[in-house]
Design a protein around this ligand. Structure first.
Ligand SMILES: [Zn+2]
Length: 320
């Protein structure tokens, strides 16, 4: 029942009349905001996206709202990296400033992970033997989610792939009076080459090893679906496949097996790939972008997280 209430809170499913058509309300714009950054910086290989100072981010959000964007996925990037005992002051200041200024005009999902906070860039914490310390990782993630909700986050979006993290976060939110805050889980997340430009944006490239031990191999269909089902069972309200491109065939099966809305994350490498082809005159960027969005919708995606959400209106996607 609580899950149903949370779904109403997202107001996301009101415009589902067409399988393929969509409006700006189906698009989610990622934002990268860096605590104590002195000047906004372009992101290498991801034209149009920036690592913003908070004051620039507020201007960007205002312009995005004018373009009809309503849903944002915030990557709040802390100034200081650490390997435990995260204070989260910088991130929570970013969230509360955005919500203070724009209130319910926007729906602010907050990416929740440890990789932009840790000095090693991994999504979890390690014990003194160098093994993943799951218990501490889950408690840090839950605490982060709680602080973000207290700061005004409209939704929590856990992007690590640690076992049990949705359950731990849900429980912490519920116990602290945030049962209405929905969880949009990165529920099927593949290990992929297509994340390249993003890692630059979030300064989260691992300093050693890689994330293959906790991200899914693209050849593994059954694990990929099971991962989303597990997130539902743990209490996720919305699910997501990432990268969208390498998960197209899984969106429908995950939606039908869980009964939850499933979104596609059009990741940085997919988006930047279109830009590079357009620069070479090989395609029309806007038409190609729209084509990919139609295909995500055709595959069954309820929502699309894309760096191009703010360009939707200019390329002909209508307002709700
Ligand atoms: Zn991470």
């Amino acid at each position: 029942m609580k899950r149903l209430h949370r779904m109403r809170a997202t107001q996301w499913l009101r415009n589902m009349s067409s399988q393929v058509e969509f409006t700006t309300s189906h698009l989610v714009q990622p934002l990268f905001v860096v605590d104590r950054l002195s000047k906004s910086e372009p992101i290498a290989n991801l034209r149009g996206a920036q690592r913003n100072t908070l004051s620039d981010a507020l201007r960007v959000i205002e312009a995005d709202l004018e373009q009809g964007v309503r849903h944002f996925l915030l990557f709040a990037i802390p100034h200081e990296k650490s390997d435990g005992g995260f204070r989260r002051d910088g991130e929570t200041a970013i969230i509360s400033r955005i919500k203070d200024q724009f209130g319910s005009a926007l729906h602010l999902w907050v990416d929740t992970c440890l990789c932009s906070s840790t000095s090693h860039g991994h999504c979890g914490l390690f014990d003194s033997n160098g093994s993943l310390d799951l218990e501490t990782t889950l408690s840090e993630l839950s605490l982060a989610a709680l602080k973000f909700a207290q700061a005004g986050a409209d939704g929590i979006s856990p992007s690590d792939m640690m076992d049990g993290r949705v359950k731990a976060i849900r429980q912490t939110l519920d116990e602290n009076g945030f049962s209405m805050v929905p969880i949009m889980s990165y529920s099927t997340k593949f290990s992929s080459q297509f994340y390249g430009p993003f890692r630059d944006a979030a300064q989260s490239a691992p300093q050693f090893g890689d994330r293959k031990t906790y991200q899914i191999d693209v050849r593994n269909r059954s694990d990929a679906i099971a991962s989303s089902i597990r997130c539902k069972d743990e209490g996720a309200d919305l699910l997501m496949v990432k990268p969208g491109l390498t998960s197209l065939d899984l969106i429908g099966p995950i939606a039908s097996q869980t009964g939850l809305p499933v979104g596609a994350y059009q990741v940085s490498g997919e988006y930047a790939g279109l830009e590079l082809l357009a620069e070479r005159g090989a395609l029309d960027f806007e038409l190609a972008l729209l084509e990919t969005w139609y295909v995500y919708r055709r595959a069954g995606a309820t929502f699309i997280i894309t760096y191009g959400a703010r360009r939707a209106r200019e390329i002909g996607v209508h307002l709700q």
